[in-house]
Structure formats: C-alpha cells, structure tokens
Design a protein around this ligand. Structure first.
Ligand code: SF4
Ligand code: SF4
Length: 102
C-alpha cells in the first residue's frame, strides 16, 4: 500500500502520450511490419485500428492505412488480426523504439 496521500497520487498520473514521448525511435527504413491490405476490406471490426496503442492503423473509407514508424513493438496487431494479413518481425538490431522510462 502506497504511503502517498490521494492528492499526491492524483498529481502523478501520467498520460500515455506523455510516456510515449519519452521514448526515441531510430526508424528502420526497411518496414518491420507488412500489411496485405487486400484482406482488410472484408475485415468487419478492424481490431488493429481499435487496439494499436500508437495509432499506426487508421481507416480511410473501407481501406486501412498503415504506418510503422511510431510502432512500439507490442505485437498486438499481429495477435488480433483475424485474417493473417500482417507479417510482423522486429526491426533490425538497434533500430526501432528505444524505451526511456522516467
Ligand atoms: S485486423 Fe488484420 S485484416 Fe483486419 S483491418 Fe487490421 S490488418 Fe486488416
Ligand atoms: S506492434 Fe503494437 S504498436 Fe506496433 S503497429 Fe502493431 S499494435 Fe501498433
């Protein structure tokens, strides 16, 4: 049990966006995630769009747009995709996200 007063705990709440902004990315020019968008049109719920914590997937009409640059390598999209439309690997050594915890 924390010895902090409730007010103090409240002040220490940090937004996800602020936490992510602590990190730095050395983006691999070779995408570590590839998407077969032909499978996305018939995907009803598009869980990747809903669940990617950094918004790498967005919709444009029935199409799914993807950018890998802000990926935090959590692997969620690979797990939730019902169509096996995603080819996923880690970026090459030393590339991708470098987590900075504060
Ligand atoms: S979950 Fe898979 S098939 Fe569905 S929109 Fe996302 S990448 Fe495409
Ligand atoms: S691995 Fe995680 S952060 Fe990267 S694109 Fe997939 S869901 Fe988004």
């Amino acid at each position: 049990m924390s010895s902090q007063a409730p007010e103090e705990r409240k002040r220490r709440k940090i937004r996800l966006e602020d936490l992510l902004n602590n990190n730095i990315w050395d983006v691999d020019p070779r995408p570590h995630i590839k998407l077969d968008t032909s499978k996305c049109r018939d995907c009803n719920y598009k869980p990747c769009v809903l669940l990617c914590p950094t918004g790498c997937y967005t919709t444009h009409g029935d199409d799914v747009l993807f950018s890998y640059e802000g990926c935090v390598e959590c692997g969620t999209c690979r797990v939730v995709c019902p169509e096996e439309a995603i080819t996923w690997e880690y970026p090459r050594s030393g590339r991708g996200i470098h987590f900075r915890f504060s």
